[in-house]
Design a protein around this ligand. Sequence first.
Ligand code: FES
Length: 487
Amino acid sequence: MQMMIPAGVNVLEYLRDRGVFIPAACSGSGVCGKCVVKLLAGSLDITENDKLHLSESALDEGCRLACCACTKGVVRIGVGEYGEQVSADISRPADTSHTFGLALDIGTTTLALSLVDIDEKRPIRSLSALNRQAVFGADVITRVKSSLSGRREALRKLVRESVAALIKSIDCSHLDVRKMTVSANTAMYHMLLGLDCSGISKAPFEPATLGGECLPLKDLLGESFPECGAADIPVNLVKGISAFVGGDIVSGLVSAYDRFFDANTLFADLGTNGESALVSSGRIICTSAAAGPALEGGELSCGMGGVKGAVSRVYRNGGGFGYDVIGGGEAKGICGAAAIDLISLMLEDSLIDKTGKLADVYFENGFALAPQVCLTQGDIHAVLLAKSAIRSSLETLLHLFNVTPDSLLISGGLGSYIDVKNAAACGLIPRVRNTKVLGNTSLKGAELSLYDTSFASRAEGIRNKAEIIDLTENEYFKQKFIEYMSF
Ligand code: FES
């Protein structure tokens, strides 16, 4: 997409104000190097941050960081079409004599929407797209800060637009849609409802909501409401447990509980918030560790969510590495699961050492997997931090309750594509014989709630039982965190 930008503006601010999606993981601090635009006409100074993040040839081609670019005259720029990527995950024909519901998972990086046939008790269409709020940062903490610095309405508008675009794309206007369930973390609920985030920004972490609201779809989406013939359907927000253990985890636990839980089961959501639960002797112990967005692709130099164009898997191919791209075609970036694959294979080949250092030949410029996909030293460090946060939190739960897990259940956006062997080789997860990858359990729980009348009482049972462990002052966690900062 090309755009004319007037004189005297900051390019990122200008694009945000017009609803143009551009990844901005650091929310405009000049640190992440993600917000690249291309100068097509006019001039933009080259800043120190441009020099830091962009190669000489990229600068010569006109690439600039939008957050550091302030226009002196009118310029024309090119922006990637990131926001329009919608991936179809399931697609079956709809029986128009049936009744339907919508299930939505609002993840920090990706949103997923299912159209559920209530009579058949199964999803018939499922779509995912990037969360447009990424223009205000890749992780929850950066977005909460943006919300508190006057961007509350802008963030609400962006998530409403993301939801509306998905509902429009799923094409249900000719169907009898009766209800909708939303499942998300506590911060996303605040942003969706336009609530003050100050309570979740600092101790004692008192959220303005944990979810649990029920309101008509048109009220939830406001002016973004799409013409889908479902204006008055009730939308239920699955209630969470605390500021950091949200409705998405409750949904996930309900969806997995009956089928997958053994005597001692670890449930790990491999996302930005790193939520996990240990279910043992009738207790449910939950915690979360700020893993950052690296495992969802958010913090990596070529990272992206698990949507169309992302490398989703890396494997050995002859003497080198092969890869799969979601939706086929040219690789535009890499999602977290594939980054784990790549790191694991490079560890095996000693292209990365135990401390996470890239071999000398790749140290400066990174390892190029594809023309637009490179793994840099900074990326490996970001993965190490996320890996250590998650693994240490799992080990702390097991240590506190002196338990050896019988099974390990993996959920989250990353969980859909993760290779268990590679994840264990990197140290992200412990080696547990009965390990199952469940995919997006938050979405699965939301789907279940549409046709299973026991969902609400089971969710309530989990909330009542759940005990929350705070890791911030836990000495064992701190010790393990240092230990796991290597491979
Ligand atoms: S460098 Fe511009 S948003 Fe991060």
